[in-house]
Ligand binder design. Structure first.
Ligand SMILES: *Cc1c(COP(=O)(O)O)cnc(C)c1O
Length: 400
C-alpha cells in the first residue's frame, strides 16, 4: 500500500555517451588536505630541498616540476584527464588551440618537407600553413579528405597527414581509421583536430590516429571563459613535441586556465548529449523549412567517416535561399549572438558572407568555395523551443 509507483525506469536515464568518462571526470583521488578540487598552483617555479634533488631532477632520475613553462601540477591534472578521455598515453596543454596545432605540426615537419591537409580545415590553421610555412619551406597540399583516393594519391613522400573530421563550416567527414592506416603504412604521422566531436563522441586514437588536437576553448571548456589547447598521443610522440617545440616556443597553458578546464571537463559528458539533441532538432526543422536549401550536419551524411562518431556536436551550418536577407536575419536573432568561437553554453551565429571578407587572399572558405549563403549555428544550452521560435521570427524579418 505504501509502495510508491515507479514513475520512471532509472536505467533509461543512463546515457550511452557518458561511459567511463562520467566516472573519470567526476571522481578525483583526494588532493592535498583532502580537497576534492585540485589547487591552482599559481607559481612560476618549484624549488628543491637540496643540491642532490636538483641534480637528480635535471638528470631525469627524479620527477618534480621545475618551471611552469615546462610542467605545472594543475595543468598536468588537465593533461592527464584529456589523455585518459582520448585513450592516449600522454597529453600536453597549450595556451590556445593554435599553439597546440603549430607546436605539433612543426615538431614533425621541417624545411624541404611536405604535409597533406584536408580542405576546409580551421581558418587560422590554414592561415598558418599559407603565411608562415612557405617562409619555412614547408609544402602543404590540400585534399578532399572525404575522398580516400585523393588522400592516397597525395600521401607518398609526406611527413604528416592533417585531418579534421568533420571540417570547419562545411562539416565534411573523413574515414579517419582508413586514412590513418594508409599513412601508417608509409611511416607518416597522422594528426586530427577533434575539437568538434570531443572525446565524448569520437576517440581517434582508438582508430589508429597518432595525435589528437583540440581547441580546448570550445567544448572541453564549455563556458566561453578560456582560450586553450591540447594535444594527446603516445608518450613517444608527446616527448618529441616536448623536446622539439613545446618548451622552446613557449605556448604553455596557465595554471588558472588549466583549473577552469578541469571545472569545464566535469560536465563535458552531460553537455554534449544536450548540444547534440538541440542541434539535431534545429537541423531537422531547418531542413524542412522553405528558406533553407541544405543543412551541413554530419547526421545527414552517408560517408563512412560517420562510423567513428558516437554522437553529434551542436555546431553545424545551413544554406539559405536567395530571398533571405542574411544581415537582416542575423541581426534579428535574439538568442543566437553574433560571434566567432563555439562550444560554450550560449548559442552563436556566424554568417559565411562576413567570414569570406576576412584576410582576402588567404581565406580557406573562399579558396574551397564555401557559399556566402552559408550560416553557422553554435547551438547552446538554452531551451530548444526558444531557439526555434527565435529562428522563425528572424526569418520572418529577413525577407528581401
Ligand atoms: C577554434 C578552433 C581552433 C583554434 O583554437 P584556439 O583555441 O582558438 O586557438 C582550432 N580548430 C578548430 C576546429 C576550432 O574551431
Amino acid at each position: 500500500m505504501n509502495e510508491q509507483p515507479n514513475t520512471f525506469d532509472p536505467a533509461s536515464l543512463a546515457s550511452d555517451y557518458l561511459g567511463e568518462a562520467a566516472t573519470l571526470l567526476a571522481h578525483d583521488d583526494p588532493f592535498p588536505g583532502g580537497a576534492v578540487v585540485p589547487p591552482i598552483y599559481q607559481t612560476s617555479l618549484f624549488t628543491f630541498a637540496n643540491y642532490a634533488d636538483m641534480a637528480d631532477t635535471f638528470a631525469g632520475r627524479r620527477k618534480q616540476p621545475i618551471y611552469s613553462r615546462g610542467d605545472n601540477p594543475t595543468v598536468m591534472e588537465f593533461e592527464a584527464r584529456v589523455a585518459a578521455l582520448e585513450g592516449a598515453e600522454a597529453a600536453r596543454g597549450f595556451s590556445s588551440g593554435m599553439a597546440a596545432i603549430s607546436a605539433t605540426v612543426l615538431a614533425f615537419v621541417g624545411a624541404g618537407e611536405r604535409m597533406v591537409v584536408v580542405r576546409n580545415c580551421y581558418g587560422d590553421a590554414y592561415r598558418l600553413f599559407e603565411r608562415l610555412f612557405p617562409r619555412l619551406h614547408i609544402k602543404v597540399d590540400y585534399v578532399d579528405g572525404s575522398d580516400p583516393d585523393a588522400v592516397a594519391a597525395a600521401l607518398p613522400g609526406a611527413k604528416l597527414l592533417y585531418l579534421e573530421s568533420p571540417t570547419s563550416m562545411m562539416f565534411e567527414l573523413q574515414d579517419i581509421g582508413h586514412l590513418a592506416r594508409l599513412a601508417k603504412e608509409q611511416g607518416i604521422v597522422t594528426t586530427i583536430d577533434n575539437s568538434w566531436a570531443s572525446p565524448v563522441f569520437q576517440k581517434p586514437i582508438t582508430h589508429g590516429v597518432d595525435l589528437v588536437l583540440h581547441s580546448a576553448s570550445k567544448y572541453l571548456s564549455g563556458h566561453s571563459d578560456t582560450v586553450a589547447g591540447v594535444v594527446a598521443g603516445s608518450a613517444a610522440h608527446i616527448k618529441h613535441i616536448n623536446e622539439q617545440t613545446y618548451s622552446q616556443l613557449g605556448g604553455k597553458l596557465s595554471p588558472f586556465e588549466g583549473w577552469l578546464l578541469l571545472r569545464g571537463l566535469r560536465t563535458l559528458p552531460l553537455r554534449l548529449p544536450h548540444h547534440m539533441k538541440s542541434g539535431l532538432i534545429l537541423a531537422e526543422r531547418l531542413k524542412a523549412y522553405g528558406k533553407v536549401e541544405r543543412v551541413n550536419h554530419p547526421a545527414y551524411s552517408n560517408h563512412p567517416g560517420k562510423k567513428t562518431l558516437a554522437g553529434y556536436a551542436g555546431l553545424f551550418s545551413f544554406e539559405v535561399t536567395e530571398d533571405v536577407d542574411i544581415p537582416a536575419f542575423v541581426d534579428a536573432l535574439k538568442f543566437f549572438r553574433i560571434g566567432v568561437s563555439w562550444g560554450g553554453h550560449e548559442s552563436l551565429v556566424v554568417p559565411a558572407k562576413a567570414s569570406l571578407e576576412q584576410t582576402p587572399g588567404i581565406n580557406s572558405m573562399a579558396r574551397f568555395g564555401v557559399s556566402p549563403r552559408t550560416i553557422r549555428f553554435n547551438v547552446g544550452l538554452e531551451n530548444v523551443e526558444d531557439l526555434w521560435a527565435d529562428i522563425v521570427q528572424a526569418f520572418d524579418k529577413s525577407k528581401k
